[in-house]
Design a protein around this ligand. Sequence first.
Ligand SMILES: Cc1cc2nc3c(=O)[nH]c(=O)nc-3n(C[C@H](O)[C@H](O)[C@H](O)COP(=O)(O)O)c2cc1C
Length: 161
Amino acid sequence: MKKVCIVFRSLTNNTEEIARLLSNHLSKYCEVDMFNMDGLDPSTLLQYDGILIGAFTWGNGTLHYDCHVFYKKLNRIDLRNKVVGCFGSGDYTFTNFCAAVDIFQEKVRERGGIVVLEGLKIHLAPETDECFKKCLLFSRAFVTLIGEKCESHSHKEVFLA
Ligand SMILES: Cc1cc2nc3c(=O)[nH]c(=O)nc-3n(C[C@H](O)[C@H](O)[C@H](O)COP(=O)(O)O)c2cc1C
């Protein structure tokens, strides 16, 4: 079974809720571990086939200090051949909606990671059907990308539904 980690930081739990939705779906197909960014050794990421990074946006389209600390730590690792997806919560009313997702994507690319998915950007908490669908499509695409194939028929049905 492929191993996936979800690393995130959340102040008011919106990004955490997205992380949990993704984890619930992914855990049908992969082994999933969740980590808070705070104090995490970035080399932990290298033990996984797939990596999801979740961060909320702060200031004027920037990273919150805690996310920035982790962002800088990514300079220490080589993400070549790692499939990485980025996600986060933001607020539509800000000009730079969910800019943190793009900032992390850029860093991951710089470190050689394979970012083939468009980042998942959610307005505040994932509460609407549209948001649930976006999260599901994102995690489904991610599973496909890390090459996890569903073995059981029932899984296949869920996967293709
Ligand atoms: C001071 C402040 C600045 C913010 N700046 C932005 C921003 O530039 N772009 C954006 O999309 N959201 C911005 N937000 C909204 C947060 O990203 C949003 O509330 C998000 O859901 C918080 O995620 P969390 O619950 O995971 O902490 C800002 C919020 C605050 C309080």
